[in-house]
Design a protein around this ligand. Structure first.
Ligand code: NAD
Ligand code: UGA
Length: 467
């Protein structure tokens, strides 16, 4: 019969583990939820008395305020939390491998494996182990083998796949009212019981018709498929944005016309400077690697093109800036507004801003950057990662600013790289006055009102809009 879960442990207190399990704690006051991580600084931030949480996510504060100390706990004591739990979420990072077999494509499963081995080493009672991280198809099988080979007598491990579909910036809303919750299990009696235990947790707030139970491999593959198809829509619209610029069509009009077809739908058709975020590129490359491993080169090439189009879009945008500024930006000041990979998050992983600034620095421009949420330390670390210069040299070329005004002062061009709402509301007249002339605005997010800016005097260049 299904176990009634009384204690949950979540391994990994990041962008997924933190919000996901905080919402479970909020909605299931009868379950003790302990989120653990090896990173002491991160756990300290989750526990900070003034709720300076390690990630910025609208609404997360309120959830943590209500549940923390009641039935939600954050700790670095991984072993105790594992021992006490009936059910364990594995929410650790699964970055793209940097070296070895599959480097640049395959997911690095080292963190998943270490967490799994830790569970096997310290568990003294049976556990339901839930794969929450995004992993390649059949990872659950490897986890099962590791757990069974290392388990103690009378310890049973049932593995479930329960991929997470939240998007950053809207995570709390996504978790409170998910389009669907997907749970994959083995189709054995034990597998189905374990599945029911997890269904019972989500049933505390998710309607039954939104909880899908499927086979474990389908569940794992569905997560990669969803991200690949979402990213594919963006690459499709971005590919069309290049045609718009060349023909005088307007990508917003095209997206609207296309999206009104109910079979296509209006969402996720916003042309941009390129998608970022920790997962789209990683998960598609993972799917490419999987396809190649399965001897399906045509399938691999198909999905790879989604990432290539994105790389091209980013390059194309920085080239447009250089071309428009009379083919040289050497010594010119470029203001970059937005460093996060999308609005309403402080996350910068794979942000298009990073590539743009790298390209501007290669042209020997000076760059001033403003983002309302991203820590300056993070910006330096990201630039240090990709720019082939010392941090000292980078800091001579780049200035980090505490307002959009400050960033734009004396600049020849403003580049909008993240669609923060506050960029819409700033006083563009004052900005115009403080800039060198001719003053250019490059809108990589279809955010601003072009005709208003033109009236002020700006030269305006917008993705996907020909003259
Ligand atoms: P993250 O890097 O923010 O968090 C992972 C955390 O796991 C880190 O704090 C790390 O210290 C910790 N960790 C690693 N190994 C550990 C171990 N052995 N024991 C204890 N802690 C350990 O990553 P994330 O963004 O939360 O992503 C986690 C997974 O969820 C990834 O597989 C990702 O693909 C997937 N995912 C992410 C999102 C998203 O929006 N970020 C959405 C859906 C799915
Ligand atoms: C994405 C998915 O939307 C989530 O469902 C998934 O769980 C998650 O990846 C994951 O697996 O990590 P996320 O990356 O947080 O979520 O944010 P998105 O809203 O998907 O945006 C990703 C990137 O695409 C951003 O850079 C965004 O600006 C860009 N984008 C999005 C566009 O350029 N155009 C659009 O129409 C939509």
């Amino acid at each position: 019969a299904p176990v009634t879960v009384k204690k949950i442990c979540c391994i990994g207190a990041g962008y997924v583990g933190g919000p996901t399990c905080a919402v479970i704690a909020l909605k299931c006051p009868h379950i003790i939820v302990t989120i653990v991580d090896l990173n002491q600084t991160r756990i300290d931030a989750w526990n900070s008395p003034d709720f300076r949480l390690p990630i910025y996510e609208p609404g997360l504060d309120e959830v943590v305020r209500e549940a923390r100390g009641r039935n939600l706990f954050f700790s670095t004591d991984v072993d105790t939390a594992i021992q006490e739990a009936d059910l364990i979420f594995v929410s650790v990072n699964t970055p793209t491998k940097k070296s070895g077999v599959g480097a640049g494509f395959a997911a690095d499963l080292n963190y998943v494996e270490l967490a799994t081995r830790r569970i096997a080493a310290v568990a003294t009672t049976s556990k339901i182990v839930v794969e929450k991280s995004t992993v390649p198809c059949r990872t659950a099988e490897s986890m099962q083998i590791i757990l069974e080979a290392n388990s103690k007598p009378n310890c049973r491990f049932d593995i479930l796949s329960n991929p997470e579909f939240l998007a950053e910036g809207t995570a709390i809303g996504d978790l409170l009212a998910p389009d669907r919750v997907l749970i994959g299990s083995l189709q054995s009696a034990e597998g189905k019981d374990a599945c029911q235990s997890l269904v019972d947790i989500y049933s505390n707030w998710v309607p039954a018709d939104r909880i899908l139970t499927v086979g474990v491999w389908s569940s794992e593959l569905s997560k990669l498929a969803a991200n690949a198809m979402l990213a594919q829509r963006i690459s499709s619209i971005n590919a069309l944005s290049a045609i718009c610029e060349a023909t005088g069509a307007n990508i917003d009009e095209v997206a609207n016309a296309v999206g009104m077809d109910s079979r296509i739908g209006p969402k996720f058709l916003k042309a941009s400077v390129g998608f970022g975020g920790s997962c789209f590129q990683k998960d598609i490359l993972n799917l490419v690697y999987l396809s190649e491993s399965l001897h399906l080169p045509q399938v691999a090439a198909y999905w790879r093109q989604v990432v290539e189009m994105n790389e091209w879009q980013k390059k194309r945008f920085s080239k447009t800036v250089v071309d428009t500024l009379f083919n040289t930006i050497t010594g010119k000041r470029i203001a970059v507004l937005g460093f996060a990979f999308k609005a309403d998050t402080g996350d910068t992983r794979e942000s298009a801003s990073i590539s743009l600034i790298r390209d501007f620095l290669a042209e020997r421009a000076t760059v001033s950057v403003y983002d309302p949420q991203v820590e300056h330390e993070q910006i330096w670390a990201d630039l240090d990662d990709v720019v082939p210069k010392s941090l000292d040299e980078i800091q001579k070329q780049v200035t980090l600013c505490s307002s959009a005004f400050e960033a734009c002062e004396g600049a020849e061009a403003v580049v909008v790289a993240t669609e923060w709402k506050e960029f819409l509301e700033i006083d563009w007249e004052t900005i115009y006055k403080s800039m060198k002339k001719p003053a250019f605005v490059f809108d990589g997010r279809l955010l601003l009102d072009a005709s208003k800016l033109k009236q002020i005097g700006f030269k305006v260049v917008i993705i996907g809009r020909g003259e």
